[in-house]
Design a protein around this ligand. Structure first.
Ligand SMILES: [Zn+2]
Ligand SMILES: [Zn+2]
Length: 442
């Protein structure tokens, strides 16, 4: 695929904004790592730092070292020794203390966590940043934000996209199947993201860009069409998934935040992740959780559709701030202060806001359900995930009933981002939908 039209060009868009993607080069092909010296040759880097973990060093790091040595570059190696690396304070400090101050380029070798950590640290240390991807497992390669877990709270931090993205098909096609399936899951979630975004546009007048939506749709198409073949290790199909993941990241870069690529399915998955980490339980890959969050979110949208004719009239809203605060403390534990602070600032749950959104919802109900009706069926998403041997229900990854319910209730409070979960709150549907989904799943 030709990336030129996206790279380092200002796109004058029909939405009225200019979109810029700061990435210089994207190379997704067989033997891509061998092109590293040629890419580096365009700059005058003096001192490089290659960051990997025990697995990614073996998978691709050694090859990177070899290419750099052959080309005569001086470089430091930083290798995370953790079996399960988490993008938290510990991991950040480790990197900050090991990257030499006189380094001018960080080359990350890995996928999700390594990429998030290195993008953030290189941004803060004002160094250039390249990523050598080792698995098509998430859409963060081209994104310009880093989701990190600080004080137990999963928050998205501003950073810069990688200058160069290298996806060597010889390597990423060898990635474990559950990682490839996670990449597919991350992209299937975009069905929900685009729906949430359009509803936010209708209900809150939030900015939206049709061309970026189109880009995300293209990314979904690549993944949906290639998932099954990728499960059978078809190299071209795995390459197409990698391309879809990079495209989705470009969409985020264009906007400058994760709106086009993260909706209610991501919020639930972030909540589950925080709970897994707090309970010191194994935390499945980001995209694995997002795939499951997608099935859940689409089921909830389906339930909303079934209720369409009887949504109104509703009882007057009566938001009990004190009770809600207690519930947030229960649901978030040590991460609660950040969540409470956000609500204090924006007050999205207040009766006034709920009433306002309800009336816009009612007024635009035709338009809203037209958008909702474009979603695929939850069953179709389940079939794709099954074809990749991936889990599709939260109980299959040990999300407890309690955490599952709390995710639907309170994951919306992690962000100031309107979508499905807020709609369920606004229309008094949380309790009923949660109970019937628990019946269905657990
Ligand atoms: Zn636009
Ligand atoms: Zn994601």
């Amino acid at each position: 695929m030709d990336w030129k039209e996206y790279l380092q060009k200002e796109k004058h868009c029909s939405c009225g904004k200019n979109h810029v993607c700061d990435i210089e080069e994207i190379i997704i092909e067989d033997g891509a790592i061998k092109r590293l010296p040629q890419v580096l040759g365009k700059h005058k880097y003096q001192k490089l730092c290659v960051v990997s973990d025990l697995h990614t060093e073996q998978a691709a790091g050694l090859m990177v070292y070899e290419e750099l040595e052959k080309a005569g570059y001086a470089f430091e190696k930083v290798v995370y020794q953790d079996e399960e690396l988490v993008p938290d304070e510990d991991a950040l400090i480790y990197l900050f203390t090991r990257v030499p101050n006189d380094c001018d380029l960080i080359i990350a070798v890995g996928s999700g966590t390594i990429n998030d950590l290195c993008r953030y640290v290189s941004y803060k240390m004002k160094m250039d940043y390249y990523i050598v991807g080792t698995a098509p497992s998430m859409d963060g390669y081209a994104s310009n934000v880093s989701p990190l877990i600080i004080r137990h709270l999963k928050t998205t931090y501003e950073a810069r996209p990688a200058r160069v993205i290298i996806g060597d098909l010889d390597i990423i096609s060898q990635a474990p199947l559950h990682m490839i399936a996670a990449g597919a899951g991350d992209i299937l979630g975009k069905y929900v993201c685009l729906t949430d975004w359009q509803l936010a546009h209708i209900v809150n007048g939030e900015y939206i860009c049709p061309e970026i939506m189109e880009l995300v749709r293209e990314s979904i198409k690549k993944v949906a069409e290639n998932a099954e073949k990728a499960a059978h290790r078809d190299k071209e199909a795995i390459g197409a998934i990698m391309e879809g993941l990079v495209l989705s990241g470009i969409a985020m870069s264009y906007i400058g935040n994760s709106r086009p690529a993260s909706g209610s399915e991501h919020h639930m998955s972030h909540y589950w992740e925080m709970m897994f980490l707090l309970d010191q339980q194994p935390d499945p890959l980001h995209g694995t959780k997002v795939g499951i969050g997608t099935v859940v979110a689409i089921r909830l949208y389906e339930m909303l559709k079934e209720k369409r004719e009887i949504l109104f009239p509703l009882e007057e809203p009566s938001f009990d701030q004190e009770l809600w605060t207690e519930k947030i403390k229960e649901a978030y534990g040590p991460a609660a202060p950040g969540v409470l602070e956000l609500e204090k600032k924006i007050g999205k749950n207040s009766d006034g806001e709920v009433l306002r959104r309800r009336s816009v919802f009612q007024e635009h109900i035709e338009e809203i359900f037209k958008v909702v009706n474009e979603l695929p069926k939850a069953e179709e998403i389940i079939e794709i995930l099954k074809s990749m041997e991936a889990p599709y229900y939260p109980n299959q990854i040990n999300v407890s009933e309690e955490v599952f319910a709390r995710g639907i209730y309170y994951a919306k409070d992690l962000r100031n981002r309107f979508g499905l979960l807020q709609i369920l709150f606004d229309l008094d549907l949380q309790e009923e939908f949660i109970q019937s989904l628990i019946q269905e799943i657990y």
